[in-house]
Design a protein around this ligand. Structure first.
Ligand code: PSU
Ligand code: MN
Length: 304
């Protein structure tokens, strides 16, 4: 049984040292409603191409990790949505052995990207330490993966539904560099500001690429997080989004929602309460990350 399959276009690009950018499938199946999820996923691939990269959307099909799904496969992930299991590291053995489909989170997209030799990965926001984690112990496996797998993740910060100060603390403990792309402040997904500082503000694509290279040359394990703020014109008013997050979190607690259902519930509920405004912001920030992430991957390929 073969665990992964790389599409020929991505494989050739990797061989020729051209930029390949990994994309995840949980954001498609669990992070956004149909049909916006499919439209977004396909448009993100176009943006990667416009910037000179080869997109590789990752998902698990019949127990095989696919690096670079085709349009029909992406559409399946969008249409089937939540009926495709959300797969994190601990779920991989069962999904592979039973020959199931699986939507890959940040953690599993990193694992499969790394197996395929893809070093850059663009998404919306990583998972992190949940609010109330001191009693629930809900800390996303994404953080552990960043600590161990060598993939650079370009995102819009950690999702604002999380406890951002605690998330930064864990990343620090685990030795994950957190870089701000042209900002010294950790962006908070729907908004540009969190009041928290990143480790270092990178000025341009090349500087980011050089930091990735330096880490690899030292043989340091783990990934790098590059946080790229949502463009001002698409960001949400801070008080508005914070109030909505609090409401959605309270509802989640009332309903007793736990574990891997938390993030999808919160994202969907926040989109409902804001009448689609948060979804529109979410889509825009992913587009922006795709452009920046591809440019960084390209700069990396160009380094001597
Ligand atoms: N970013 C988004 N939307 C999402 C996610 C990230 O814009 O749906 C997904 C990612 O797959 C991430 C997951 O890995 O949410 C985090 O889930 P959890 O908190 O259960 O680890
Ligand atoms: Mn969790």
């Amino acid at each position: 049984m073969k665990s992964i399959r790389i599409n020929p276009e991505a494989e050739q690009a990797l061989r020729e040292n051209r930029p390949v950018v990994a994309l995840e499938s949980t954001i498609i199946s669990h992070g956004m409603p149909y049909p916006q999820n499919v439209e977004t996923a396909l448009h993100v691939e176009e943006i990667v191409r416009e910037h000179g990269g080869v997109p590789a959307t990752i998902g698990i099909i019949d127990g095989v990790g696919v690096v670079g799904m085709n349009k029909e496969e992406i559409e399946e992930f969008g249409k089937r949505g939540m009926s495709i299991p959300k797969v994190s590291r601990r779920d991989l053995p069962v999904i592979m052995a039973t020959g199931s489909w699986g939507a890959t989170t940040v953690a599993t997209t990193m694992i499969i990207a790394d197996m395929g030799g893809v070093g850059f990965f663009v998404t919306g926001g990583i998972g992190g330490v949940h609010r109330g984690a001191e009693t629930t112990f809900d800390v996303s496996a994404d953080l552990e993966e960043l600590a161990r797998t060598d993939v650079t993740v370009i995102c819009a910060g950690a999702k604002a539904i999380l406890d951002l100060p605690k998330t930064l603390e864990v990343l620090e403990t685990k030795g994950v560099p957190v870089l701000g792309f042209q900002t010294h402040e950790l962006p908070a997904f729907y908004t540009r500001k969190s009041g928290l500082k990143v480790d270092y503000e990178v000025r341009d694509y090349e500087e980011a690429a050089k930091i990735v290279k330096a880490k690899r040359e030292m043989g340091l394990s783990g990934g790098i997080l590059i946080a790229n703020p949502i463009p001002e014109e698409y960001s949400m008013p801070e008080e508005e989004i914070n109030a909505v997050i609090e409401k959605a979190t309270a509802e989640m607690e009332e309903k007793g929602i736990r574990g891997k259902e938390c993030t999808p519930f919160l994202l969907a509920r926040i989109a409902e309460i804001t009448e689609g405004k948060s979804l529109a912001s979410n889509i825009r920030l992913v587009y922006n990350n795709a452009a920046v992430g591809t440019e960084i991957a390209k700069a990396y390929c160009g380094l001597k």
